[in-house]
Design a protein around this ligand. Sequence first.
Ligand SMILES: Nc1ncnc2c1ncn2[C@@H]1O[C@H](COP(=O)(O)OP(=O)(O)O)[C@@H](O)[C@H]1O
Ligand SMILES: [Mg+2]
Length: 375
Amino acid sequence: MAQTDTPNHAPMRLALGMMSGTSLDGVDCALLRSDGEARLMRLAHRTYPYKAALRRRLRACLDAAQAWNADGAEPPVLAELDKEVTEAHAHAARDFLRGQSERPTLIGMHGQTVLHRPQRGMTRQLGDGAGLARALGIAVVWRFRDADMAAGGEGAPLAPLYHRALQQAHKDAPPLCVLNLGGVANLTFLGADGAVRAFDVGPGNGLLDDWMARQCGEMQDTDGALAAQGQVDEGLLAAWLEHAWFARPPPKSLDRLEFAPQGLERLAAADGAATLTAFTAAAVARAREHLPRADGPLRWIVCGGGRHNPSLMQALRTRLTGSVQRAEEAGWPGDEMEAQAFAYLAIRAARGLPLSLPETTGAAEPTCGGLLSAP
Ligand SMILES: Nc1ncnc2c1ncn2[C@@H]1O[C@H](COP(=O)(O)OP(=O)(O)O)[C@@H](O)[C@H]1O
Ligand SMILES: [Mg+2]
């Protein structure tokens, strides 16, 4: 728990952040008390996994959304799943809040992304914030990405301002990089001069999760066990790194299904897992070419589910210079980071403070956002 004082500070507010990432693993809940600026009190958190049947339908919905590609009328399956995702959030929030001594006055709900096309000003998250507000009797901030995209931004990533607040609260010396390994991977660079830069770096766990589902009928390569038995196919890896994405300067944000690595299917299960794990790490290494030149090696703080994968952490340590720490080793939040970020952003949205900067999303100017739905 970290707290700093600012003079003339605004009142602290208790908010519940709810995040459902592109891994389709479930809904993360986290309570945060904050003024939306420098003062942070990190409180309870918990993940509510999606039921297997909903997860399967969401996976199929992702494919339907991809095929639709925002051309013409939206496939009806999206509206059907809107309801189910809202219900999953309401169920998670009810259960989570039952165990808490104090009720939040605000919820920040990110929603479940099924299509993200920033070039076309289009992003679609499942989950109805207005419905959630009615179900719980608590105001909900949602549609976090819309205003940023209307201002010419990528609409993502949105956690960087929370990363900066954490760095300041912890008095961690810059420069440092916060690396989030979710379904896709994104980083926030925090420079010595207060600079923030953020962008999606490439695949996170998504390709590996999909490979495990196809090859072994499993949700993930638990503890990196399969990758540890395989050999990296360096030729394929080099070819995948030719993807135009990696050379493209930021700001940039990814759709989960952007990468479809050619040649993967001819690999044995373990070699495929090893090569995909190396691909995620190599993409992070390549992202360094888009960072301001740092003097000396960078410090990396790794959050998101991928940090639980020792093969992936080892691949990062091999490919990055400087220290590579799991978030908790640095005293930072790990699995709950993103949910806390959306609690923080909800408090900022309610105060009319910007959620994104030109350096984090490419928006023309610091941009406020979020839609506030009263209960
Ligand atoms: N013990 C583990 N071993 C390997 N991978 C793991 C482990 N725990 C979590 N993961 C990976 O983390 C992913 C979930 O990460 P998360 O940060 O929740 O992503 P998202 O934000 O996209 O939902 C899982 O899909 C899985 O790939
Ligand atoms: Mg998740």
